[in-house]
Write a protein that binds this ligand. Structure first.
Ligand SMILES: *[C@@H]1O[C@H](CO)[C@@H](O)[C@H](O)[C@H]1NC(C)=O
Length: 128
């Protein structure tokens, strides 16, 4: 048990370091920072449990994470496309446990206008 926890802590630390490296490294690579799936992690962390249950009580930190993501994807169409792929990847992995109504209403429920129609089966290629 202790070994499993240590292994998990190491794995998430490594994942975080990759995120930080990507975030820090990007500005030096050029003017346009490439969006990585790391950037949707706060949304998953803050909205994950709500999206499974639905209901009227959206956690405030979930809406803040959605708003942050909106500000990030406003950078460019390409960023919107990459963010879409990241989201769809997570949704596909968890489609059995996700309340699709709650998921699709997330931006609206938070009062955040995302630049694309937000559905569990949206086609990211139309953004490109
Ligand atoms: C799914 O979420 C919607 C919207 O929040 C809610 O009205 C509905 O009761 C939820 N459905 C289930 C099966 O939990």
């Amino acid at each position: 048990m202790a070994n499993n926890k240590t292994a998990f802590a190491k794995a998430s630390c490594m994942a975080l370091m990759v995120c930080i490296a990507a975030a820090l490294g990007a500005p030096f690579l050029g003017a346009m920072a490439e969006f990585t799936c790391c950037e949707i992690k706060p949304v998953i962390a803050a909205c994950g449990s709500y999206v499974k249950t639905g209901g009227n009580n959206i956690p405030m930190e979930c809406c803040m994470a959605v708003r942050n993501l909106r500000d990030i994807v406003r950078r460019s169409m390409h960023t919107q496309y990459l963010a879409c792929l990241c989201l769809q990847d997570v949704v596909k992995q968890h489609h059995h446990t996700i309340n699709t109504t709650a998921y699709e209403n997330l931006p609206y429920s938070c009062g955040v206008a995302l630049p694309y129609h937000f559905t569990h089966d949206m086609d990211c290629n139309i953004i490109r």
